[in-house]
Ligand binder design. Structure first.
Ligand code: FAD
Length: 382
């Protein structure tokens, strides 16, 4: 591409930081604007350990940015699903035949910090506490606002929206073009809790597994952190019995855990506090027919295709987007062609993964403790 090689990325989260690095390494001049403060100074927002499953498709993208080794320094291997049955029995269902087919648990905050350091090292200019507030597409001016409301106009060549599911760039684009946006709520929410280390500092349960407590219409999962804690996520319907309408506070959550997740309940001493203090997250799938506006703006990651988390692929898919967009920007004759080719390649992929993520919720909560299913998996492993 022969035109000016400057690009403005909105959002210094997982996709924004990785894309910035990939482009800077190829000689692009990159500015990234982030609504929040610098997590390396202020601490990661919320201060809680929230982790993500990193799979091979995500690691491939990290390798392209020379970020894999630094990230893997914080990762914990997960060989398979450890299913916890209501009677306390457990069963490890391996993901593959051996440890060459595993996934990894990474701490979202640590991962973001590693990616920001690498981006800065590659020459990216990071601007924190500046959230995109508005865009004038005719004048090619983006308006950013500080947390106390001071507004700053910045000229741009093209904008890339890596600003997550509630993308401000997507909202701005939708004021000048029909993106075909649809949001489907799952009707289920989630709450994050924590299993602390044992008294001797070790993990309280098997560290090298993704733990699942499937219970039909609802479930709990737990992923290990390198500080020897586990982040537990309770997924529950928004209404009905049981739901977040009937399990409303810490005391009710404890009674619910004692009844349905007794072995997990014993592992979460601060369950009441965690339940009351942590927000209830909502789960939805975002579909768009269109991800770009000429060569002016393009969306990727959750801003383009937020999905429910049951396949553990939202971040992995966002990382793949970054590699694809950087490649198309390199190969295409101009930005509009690059954005169009990026959308052509990635939109069908994202929609397929969104569908698999929805299907996997049924599998995780309903089928992994079913005897027929277990038999079938055992035969597959023969
Ligand atoms: P984000 O990570 O949301 O980053 C967006 C960034 O933009 C943030 O830094 C935000 O502060 C910033 N921003 C927002 N608005 C503005 C603005 N106006 N101006 C400037 N900056 C702005 N994925 C996996 O692959 N594996 C998993 O195991 C997994 N588990 C999950 C569990 C849960 C409970 C949830 C909810 C999601 C999970 N995901 C998982 C999905 C994953 O979190 C997302 O797909 C991933 O974070 C998307 O990255 P992103 O960079 O597109 O968006």
């Amino acid at each position: 591409m022969s035109e000016n090689r400057h690009i403005t990325i909105i959002g210094a989260g997982l996709a924004g930081a990785l894309l910035a690095t990939l482009l800077a390494r190829r000689g692009w001049s990159v500015d990234v604007y982030e609504k929040r403060g610098d997590p390396r100074v202020a601490g990661y927002a919320g201060g809680r350990s929230i982790n993500l499953a990193l799979a091979e498709r995500g690691r491939h993208a990290l390798r392209m940015a020379d970020a894999d080794a630094a990230v893997m320094g914080h990762a914990v291997m997960m060989r398979g699903r450890m299913v916890h049955f209501p009677d306390g029995r457990t069963d490890l269902q391996r993901y593959g035949r051996d440890d060459s087919e595993v996934i990894w648990s990474v701490h979202r905050g640590e991962l973001n910090i590693v990616l920001l350091d690498i981006a800065e090292g590659a020459g990216v200019r990071l601007h924190f506490d500046l959230g995109l507030a508005d865009v004038d597409f005719d004048r090619r001016m983006a308006v950013f606002a500080t947390p106390d409301g001071v507004r700053r106009e910045v000229a741009y060549e093209s904008l890339v929206g890596a600003d997550g599911a509630g993308s401000a760039l997507r909202h701005a684009m939708a004021t000048v073009a029909d993106l075909g946006e649809r949001v489907e709520n799952l009707g289920h929410g989630y709450k994050e809790l924590e299993i602390p280390p044992a008294a001797d500092g070790s993990f309280r349960i098997e560290p090298n597994a993704l733990h699942i407590w499937p219970r039909g219409r609802y479930m709990c999962i737990a992923l290990p952190n390198d500080e020897r804690t586990f982040t537990v996520t309770l997924f529950l319907p928004s209404s009905g019995e049981p739901s977040f309408e009937t399990v409303r506070n810490g005391a009710e959550a404890r009674a619910f855990f004692e009844r349905d997740f007794a072995d997990a309940s014993a592992l979460i001493p601060d369950l009441e506090h965690d339940f009351d203090a942590h927000p209830t997250g909502v789960l939805a799938t975002l579909y768009l027919d269109r991800w770009h506006l000429r060569g002016d703006a393009v969306l990727l990651g959750d801003a383009a295709h937020a999905m429910v988390p049951f396949h553990g692929q939202g971040m992995n898919c966002a990382f793949e987007d970054c590699v694809a967009l950087a490649d198309h920007l390199e190969r295409a004759p101009d930005r509009e062609a690059a954005f169009a080719a990026f959308q052509r390649e990635r939109l069908p992929n994202a929609q397929a993964i969104q569908q698999m993520a929805l299907e996997n919720y049924l599998e995780m909560r309903d089928r992994v403790d079913n005897e027929d299913y277990l038999l079938q998996r055992a035969l597959e492993r023969e």
